[in-house]
Design a protein around this ligand. Structure first.
Ligand code: NAD
Length: 356
């Protein structure tokens, strides 16, 4: 572990005298006692520092959370108690940003966006706002050279997502889109169960309550379902798409016909309205069997957002192989491109892809 010990001249002199400036293998600090124990050459030397703030771990990623809703709350919670011995321990939450003026959240203070952009100790932004403002937040933080973790979907058009990814590359920072739906125990089990089977046709019908404003067209707000289909069956194309909407009663139903590369049809339905249960109904017909229910799977000990936090931190530390990063970017952009196409077709008066 590389550490910098910033301290008073007197303490520096003590450290130098005891020859510990070169090899510092472990360092503990306690906010209350401001005592630092430096382990070096198997000897323990205790040094009193004036303040624990005098210690800075240079390899930590100071972070800010933008948007304090469900996802933002969980991000703060997870950074305050990261999975022990995981890459997520390298993140430390420095503040949050909200359009509202709020009290401390879980002991974390509100800061302004200007502050977050200016501060050198803030290297990472978690964008947890409604989907409609993801783009402007991501762009602002990327421009300032900060890494960004955004809750899905990254943007509301495919072209915007490509631009943002190019910007991240130009700035040499990580842009990560969270996909907790791929980390659920039932999805992992489903993927195992269908391995080696040949799809003949299938459907995924999602139902749920009405969405709050700012979450966008259902092909984007429901990108998690599309991501499931692409992750299970490979690249897809859009055949037809249509949308029924009754705004007064907060009801909508989007129906999409997709096709696999092997020309097998898949239907994806997003249906939302008051009282509809949050459920995913599947019907996958394979050459050997038909699946109509998600397989039972035991809950995993590590939460979904925590698993995603670990993955993002590994990316920050350069621990994720290049081909995995490439495949992920490819999948994310492919799904957003499909979502774009579905939206176009639905809004064009329900034409088919061949007619367009
Ligand atoms: P939410 O409505 O609970 O929270 C959104 C929050 O962002 C609100 O508090 C809102 O005031 C705030 N906000 C909006 N614009 C802002 C801005 N410009 N500056 C600061 N704050 C702003 O929604 P949520 O469920 O937390 O969803 C947030 C994002 O997370 C969405 O993109 C969603 O798709 C994604 N997501 C959520 C979950 C989940 O389980 N809740 C799961 C996966 C992905």
């Amino acid at each position: 572990m590389r550490l910098h010990v910033l301290c008073t001249r007197h303490t520096q002199a003590v450290l130098k005298k005891k020859c510990v400036m070169k090899v510092v293998t472990q360092l503990y600090h306690s906010d209350k006692s401001s005592t630092v124990a430096v382990y070096s050459h198997k000897r323990v030397i205790c040094v009193n520092l004036l303040s624990s703030r005098a210690i800075q771990k240079v390899d930590m990623f100071g972070s800010v959370v933008v948007g304090i809703g469900t996802a933002g709350f969980v991000r703060i919670r997870d950074m305050l108690a990261p999975l022990p011995s995981s890459a997520a321990e390298k993140l430390s939450v420095k503040g949050f940003i909200s359009r509202r003026t709020l009290e401390e959240q879980q002991g974390v203070k509100q800061i302004t966006i200007e502050d977050a952009l200016r501060r050198d100790d803030i290297k990472v932004a978690f964008v947890c706002t409604e989907n409609a403002v993801h783009e402007e937040n991501i762009r602002t933080f990327l421009e300032a050279g900060k890494h960004v973790c955004v809750e899905y979907p990254m943007a509301m058009t495919y072209k915007t997502a490509v631009d943002l990814w190019d910007l991240a590359q130009e700035k040499g920072v990580v842009l990560h889109e969270e996909h907790i739906e791929l980390l659920t125990a039932d999805f992992k089990q489903l993927k195992k169960d269908i391995a080696g089977k040949k799809l003949e046709e299938g459907s995924l019908h999602f139902t749920g309550g009405p969405l709050k404003p700012g979450f966008g067209f259902p092909a984007f707000s429901g990108i998690a379902r599309l991501t499931w289909l692409v992750d299970l069956f490979g690249e897809l194309s859009v055949t037809t798409a249509s949308m029924e909407e009754d705004q007064e009663n907060k009801y909508m139903k989007m129906t999409t016909q997709l096709m696999t590369k092997e020309q097998k049809p898949l239907t994806w339905i997003e249906e939302r309205g008051p009282g509809l249960p949050r459920v995913k109904n599947i019907n996958f017909r394979f050459d050997s069997c038909t699946m109509t229910q998600l397989p039972p799977a035991a809950r995993e000990p590590v939460g979904l957002f925590m698993q995603d936090l670990v993955l993002f931190s590994q990316k920050l530390l350069g621990q994720v192989p290049r081909d995995q990063l490439h495949a992920e970017r490819h999948r994310v952009l492919h799904c957003l491109e499909l979502a774009d196409r579905i939206q176009q077709l639905s809004q064009q008066g329900q034409g088919s892809a061949q007619d367009a």
